[in-house]
Write a protein that binds this ligand. Structure first.
Ligand SMILES: NC(=O)c1ccc[n+]([C@@H]2O[C@H](COP(=O)([O-])OP(=O)(O)OC[C@H]3O[C@@H](n4cnc5c(N)ncnc54)[C@H](OP(=O)(O)O)[C@@H]3O)[C@@H](O)[C@H]2O)c1
Length: 353
């Protein structure tokens, strides 16, 4: 791989998916300095055409042989496919930026939110992962507060949109809503229960301790990104009938006192975070307003009356943008800025997560 490559050739795997389509939009919006762009998806989409930067591009069927000449492979498919295609892309000389959960907890793979731990891109071995779409907004908000006073506990309840489960789940909400309004009964398809006019605390499979994998990811990924190996994080992840943007009610406990006014000041200074309303004000962000935007929005910042040094707040973030595609592109921008496309030779930091 050419270390000084200015306009990397990129391969977008999963270009036809919910994240992949958003990725192509953001690539254009940010004028990402890509050379050749290759689009891959399943055989079902082979031959589909997309206009990117004015170029007419044809989607090809993904295979391990499709990475020759690539400098960066952005992979947005399921974990099983990432496990096959990721190493093949690295073998072909590309840096992989992967959206799935496949490599996130691998000690040799940096898990990165550039505003929080951008420096971690420096020790990649060929693969960098993005976090789960609920973890990213949480760490964006927790990070500046944790620098002021160490966080000792996080309790989170999420309200996650169907776009977090991909394009098929969005179609399912559309179809079910129509059917229910017409008085028909509906059967779940991609999602575990009826989503139209309903909610359920079930995202990803259940684990032995009663939490779901989605909830376990929030715990493990938060620890890895924030470099706080033992921080307790308890979450309940809930799917709601919303098309775009995830919301969360967040309760943070700190070692020392931190006022809502000071938290507002710190969050207002955090790149990529926007505070809506001030302490005591009743304005707050909603997913309908936030969908399609880049920032993590925070509102209702208040003292948690159940805790000595606690804060409660409400956060909303577009899961397809900062929760996925935008974060992946920002990682690539950070890699180019730091000139570290080639795999690092230095040892990965040893941490107990
Ligand atoms: N959605 C989010 O908010 C979000 C956030 C963070 C991370 N992620 C992760 O990003 C990944 C993609 O999620 P998504 O929401 O974009 O899912 P999606 O809408 O279901 O898209 C899946 C993509 O994978 C492709 N694909 C499926 N089977 C394939 C095969 N056999 N060979 C090659 N490509 C295949 C699909 O192509 P076809 O169109 O041809 O079927 C499509 O482009 C997942 O790992 C997800 O966990 C998603």
């Amino acid at each position: 791989m050419d270390m000084n490559v200015k306009e990397p050739n990129i391969v977008v795997v999963g270009a036809t998916g919910a994240v992949g389509r958003e990725f192509l939009r953001i690539l254009e919006e940010r004028d990402f300095p890509a050379g050749e762009i290759r689009l891959l998806a399943s055989s079902r989409s082979a031959g589909t055409r997309f206009k990117v930067r004015g170029e007419d591009l044809e989607v090809r069927e993904a295979s391990p042989n499709e990475f020759s000449g690539a400098d960066i492979a952005f992979i947005s498919v399921n974990s099983q496919l990432s496990a096959q295609l990721g190493p093949a892309a690295v073998e072909a000389g590309a840096l992989v930026i992967d959206d799935s959960s496949c490599f996130r907890m691998d000690p040799d793979v940096p898990l990165v939110v550039p505003e929080v731990n951008g420096e971690d891109v420096k020790w990649h071995r060929g693969i960098i992962s993005i976090p789960n779409c609920s973890t990213t907004p949480l760490v964006m908000v927790a990070h500046p507060l944790n620098r002021e006073s160490a966080i000792t506990r996080m309790v989170v309840s999420t309200y996650q949109s169907v776009s977090g489960a991909g394009a098929g789940a969005m179609e399912e909400l559309r179809n079910q809503s129509r059917a229910v309004l017409e008085g028909q009964t509906v059967e779940p398809g991609n999602l575990p229960k009826q989503i139209a006019f309903n909610i359920f605390p079930h995202i990803d499979d259940f684990t032995a301790n009663g939490y779901t994998f989605e909830e376990q990811k929030m715990l493990q990924e938060t620890r890895k990104i924030m470099h706080i190996p033992h921080i307790p994080v308890s979450s309940t992840c809930v799917r709601v009938p919303v098309f775009g943007a995830h919301s969360a009610a967040v309760h943070l406990e700190f070692q020392g006192p931190i006022s809502p006014e000071r938290a507002t000041e710190l969050l207002s200074g955090m790149p990529g975070v926007k505070v809506v309303g001030g302490p005591g004000e009743s304005s707050y962000p909603t997913p309908w307003e936030v969908a399609g935007t880049d920032d993590v929005y925070v509102g209702r910042i208040r003292r948690d009356i159940s805790s000595d040094h606690g804060l409660a707040m409400w956060i909303v973030c577009d899961n397809l943008r900062k929760g996925a595609a935008l974060n992946a592109i920002q990682i690539a921008e950070e890699v180019l800025r730091l000139n570290c496309l080639a795999p690092s030779q230095v040892a990965a930091p040893s941490r107990s997560v």
